[in-house]
Design a protein around this ligand. Structure first.
Ligand SMILES: Nc1nc2c(c(=O)[nH]1)N[C@H]1C(S)=C(S)[C@@H](COP(=O)(O)O)O[C@H]1N2
Ligand SMILES: [Mo]
Length: 320
């Protein structure tokens, strides 16, 4: 894995000489050093002040995303111990416990369907598709709780452009990994696996749509969808499919797990919308983890400026 934990970084990793060797190494270093430096914090304890300052200032300009919110991030503890990952159990604390030994080595993601250049990507190849950015996004679960997470990744459009979708491709289907031996708790989850999701191609191409490979300066914890997941911040959290193994471009609208389970409750679009209630609860308000009082839920989770045009002329009560 190219993203190492801060504790694995050595003095050599943060020396400027290494950073300047050539462009490729430079980009790799951004993934390794920059992400950690930006998320801040622990790297400063590891290196002499001069090197640290240089590494941090070198990388910060390049890696900070203009799409980041300035809202207060939730704690790492919250985001890694209050999860929905039904393959590892339906309790909020189950994934942190049950995904500990999830084996994500030798991971491959197959990109196929209506594309000119279908191919399989290793994780090392995925990490080199585009420079890694830190993006602090709001995440709103359909269950009416929300978190703010400093993700690491890059716009999914970078991957799309590499494989060159054909004229037929109007949707993208996503599949999660599933192995009942590694995920025995999935048998009692009450939904079908592998977990599947989908986007319209124009939604997938929106720069906000993130291919996520890390959070809080480190690679993704298993319970948050290691080693690679989608993050679509203006849609309910269940669209942000974890532990991706297949991406397929196609002309038909793909089936989605929660729509298959309860079609009257969960639609294909699932844009965050305070004006369209879930049949069993209101979506007007949400509880930010760690806060006592509920806050108003924003249309498109507050990302309307970037995405509202995708749905111009569509009745969002009908296309929920
Ligand atoms: N494969 C898979 N992906 C999934 C889920 C799941 O159960 N399985 N849960 C979804 C839901 S409902 C939410 S809210 C987010 C939670 O992501 P987090 O646990 O990293 O906060 O993951 C989504 N992606
Ligand atoms: Mo969710």
């Amino acid at each position: 894995m190219l993203i190492r934990k801060a504790a694995d970084l050595t003095y050599v990793d943060v020396t400027p000489k290494q950073v300047y060797l050539n462009r490729r190494r430079f980009l790799e270093a951004m993934g390794i050093v920059g992400a950690t430096a930006i998320a801040g914090r622990r790297l400063f304890e590891l290196a002499a002040p001069s090197e640290t300052a240089l590494a941090a200032s070198k990388f910060s300009g390049l890696l900070k995303s203009p799409f980041s919110t300035t809202e207060k991030e939730n704690s790492y503890q919250d985001v890694t111990h209050y999860n929905n990952f039904y393959e590892f159990g339906t309790g909020k604390e189950d994934p942190a416990k049950n995904a500990q030994k999830f084996d994500t080595s030798n991971w491959m993601v197959s990109v196929e369907g209506d594309v000119s250049k279908p191919r399989k990507f290793s994780m090392d190849e995925i990490l080199k598709i585009a420079p890694l950015e830190e993006r602090v996004y709001r995440h709103r679960c359909v269950e009416a709780w929300s978190i703010v997470v400093p993700w690491i990744g890059f716009s999914f459009s970078n991957l799309v452009n590499l494989v060159e979708p054909t004229q037929k491709a109007t949707f993208v289907a996503f599949h999660s990994y599933y192995d009942s031996r590694q995920m025995p708790q999935g048998k009692w989850a009450g939904i079908e696996f592998p977990y599947v999701e989908g986007l319209r191609l124009d939604e997938a191409m929106n720069p906000l749509t993130l291919l996520g490979v890390g959070m809080y300066g480190e690679s993704l914890p298993n319970q948050d969808g290691a080693p690679v997941r989608m993050v679509i911040p203006w849609k309910y959290g269940f669209k942000s499919i974890k532990s991706l193994v297949k991406i397929k471009f196609q002309s038909k609208m793909p089936p989605t797990t929660w729509n298959l389970a309860a079609p009257n409750e969960y639609g294909f679009y699932s844009n965050v919308n305070p004006n369209v209630d879930h049949p069993r609860w209101s979506q007007a308000r949400e509880r930010r983890l760690g806060e006592i009082f509920k806050r108003a839920t924003l249309m498109f989770n507050g990302y309307g400026d970037q995405v509202a045009s995708l749905y111009a002329g569509m009745d969002l009560k009908k296309y929920y």
